[in-house]
Write a protein that binds this ligand. Sequence first.
Ligand code: SDX
Length: 451
Amino acid sequence: MNDKEDNNAEKKPFTLFNNETGQSIEIPVLQGSEGPDVLDIRKLHEETGMFTYDPGFTSTASCESEITYIDGLKGILRHRGYDIQELASKSEFLEVCYLLLHGELPSIEDKNKFIDVISNHTMLHEQLVYLYRGFRRDAHPMAIMVGVVGALSAFYHDSTDFSDIKQRMVACHRLIAKIPTIGAMAYKYSVGQPFVYPRNDLSYTENFLYMTFSVPTEEFKISPNIVKAMDRFFILHADHEQNASTSTVRLAGSSGANPFACIAAGIASLWGPAHGGANEAVIKMLEEIGDIENIPMFINRAKDKNDPFRLMGFGHRVYKNYDPRAKVMKESAHDVLKEINNNNDPLLKIAIELEKIALQDPYFIDKKLYPNVDFYSGIILKALGFPTSMFTVLFAIGRTVGWISQWKEMIEDPINKIGRPRQLYKGKVSRNYQLEDNRDKKSIFNWLWKK
Ligand code: SDX
C-alpha cells in the first residue's frame, strides 16, 4: 500500500473543545481519494484520556483500503474504480477475483495464467472427505462450511506463514479455488449424493455447477445463460468494503491468525440473518407472505416497533438509496426465470409487488429503506435449483475473494496492528468479596433451575 499519510498533510485540522475543562485539541483530518474525510483520533485517548463511543461502528473507519468504494447516498459500488454494473455486464468472476487481489484488470497472458493457477488448486485433500462424514446429513451447509474451511489450516501448513509473499499468494489462490468445491460437497452431502471431483476443462463457475448438480449416471448439460447468471451472482457478492464479515476477517487476521481460520470466522459472521443469511430469510418471508393480498399485513408488521419482524432484503447500513447490486439482480431474476420457462414464479410476483408497495410507504421512504443485494438473489438461486439452505453458502463462495483480498491488504499494510477496541464501562465499581452468609438469600436464577 502506498504511504497515504503524506497525501493528507494539506487538510486543516479539526479543533475539539471540551466545555467542561476548557481543553482544546487539534485532530488531523485525513482525506481519501473519494468519500468522506476522516478524523484521525489515534492520539485522542493519549491527549484527552477519553475514548470515542460508536456501537456498530456507524461513523467509524477501521482501516485504509483501496479495494472497494461505496457511496450509499448515490447508490454507487466500485471495485478498484470500476462500477459494479460494468463488471457484472462485461467481466467474469475470475477476472474480478484478479482485479480485487491485484488492483488491475489482468493482461490476456496474466488472466490465462491466473485461471490456470486457480484450476490447479480446486481439489481438496482427500482426508477432508472424512470430515464431511462427521456431520449429520441434515446439518446446515453453513455449519459445514465453517468447519471445513477452518480445517484447511490443518492440511495446508505450507501456506500459513504469510510473512512470505509466495505463501500469502498460495493461501489466497487455494481459498478462491477450493471454496466452490467445499460448497458443492456440502450440497452433495446434504442430499446424499456422491461427491463430484472438479474438472480443469470447465470454467470456474461451470465447474461449480458441475460439482453441485451433475450425477454419475448421466452426462451433465447446462445452459450458458445459467452459467452466466451464476457467474454474475458471484461478481455481485465479491466484496463490499468493511461489512460485518469482512471486518471479522480483518480483526481475526490482525492477531496473526492464519488465513484459513480468518475466512472461517468470516463465514460464521456472514451466516447471520442481518447479513448474508438474509437471502435465505427473504425466500422464507416471501413464502410466508404466500399471496399478494397478504403484503399489507407484513408491511404493517415491519413498521410495528413492538414486532421483531423486519422486511428481509430491505435496508442497509450504508445504502440509503437503491443497492446497485439489487438492480442487476432484479434484471437477472427475469432472465433466469425466462431461461427456465418459469415466467410466472409466484415469489417473484410477490417480491415485485412488495417492493412497489414498500417504496411508496412513508415509513420506508423516511428511513431510506430500499431493497438490498439479498432481496432478489434468492429468487434466482431457487430458480437455479438450490435449496434455501445453500443460499448463504453461495454468498460465501462469491465473498471469499473479497475477504481474502482485504486480509491480504491488511497484512501488507505497514501500519497494520492488532485490533483491540475499548468500551464504555457501565458495570459495578470496586466492592469487597462477601462470604456466603452475608449474601442476598433470594435466588435470581430459580427460573433457570426450574425443571
Ligand atoms: C448484507 O454491510 C454490508 O455491506 C452488508 C452486505 C454485504 O454485501 O456485505 O451488503 C450484505 O448484509 C445486506 C443486508 C441484508 N440484511 C437484511 O436484509 C436484513 C433486514 N435489514 C435490516 O436488518 C437492516 O436494515 C440492516 C441490518 C441491514 C441494517 O441495519 P442498521 O444499519 O443497523 O439500521 P437500523 O437497524 O438501525 O435501522 C434503521 C431504522 C430502524 O428503525 P428506528 O430504530 O430508527 O425506528 O430502520 C428500521 C429499523 O427498525 N429498519 C427496518 C428494516 N431495516 C431497518 N424496518 C423494517 N424492515 C427492515 N428491513
